[in-house]
Design a protein around this ligand. Sequence first.
Ligand code: ADP
Length: 194
Amino acid sequence: MRIVLIGPPGAGKGTQSALMSEKFQIPHLSTGDILRAATAEQSEVGREAAKFMERGELVPDEMIQEIVFNQLSSPACASGYILDGFPRTVPQAEAFDRWLAEQECALSLVLKFSVTEDVLLERLAGRGRKDDDREIVRKRMQHYLNLTKPLVEYYQDHGLVHVVKGGQGSAEDVFASIQEIVDNLPNRQPAKKN
Ligand code: ADP
């Protein structure tokens, strides 16, 4: 199973990734983690990527694609993976589709994590809640939605998007909703390669 995750910070992606990885027996790949590891190793690509990350910019598509596709070609990813942080743009999604086609395989689903402002506010609480917290959360969420809209639409056009309500119930409850989505997927073609 090849899964792409899309969702704002605080929506429970991390927790669900860990559960999915364990129950579906597939690795969880976070591009942020991969890039930070490459940077820490001081590899050539790591040093290149760091220049962009330090400025808070996206790493160029070609660079992130090379890094990600390289990882996805490893035996550990042979029976699938959970991708978190890639693709992040429509050109990346298009390149990913071309790459998947070359491998004669396809994406199984895209899980879009949605979370309400109230839940995000709850998760902020404890660190001291200011009056303008709601406004900050609203702005961040709007910014996030604007950024990811084209990507979500791209995958909606491909009929791959399923919504996970990240703030509803316990982590196990949320996972149960993911399991249900997976159980109800239309029959997929068996992978020939990868
Ligand atoms: P954040 O949610 O703060 O962006 P991430 O851990 O997902 O954190 O990513 C950290 C940084 O790594 C990003 O700011 C960006 O520079 C780079 N990065 C991660 N994924 C991608 C991607 N798919 N395309 C380009 N750059 C990426």
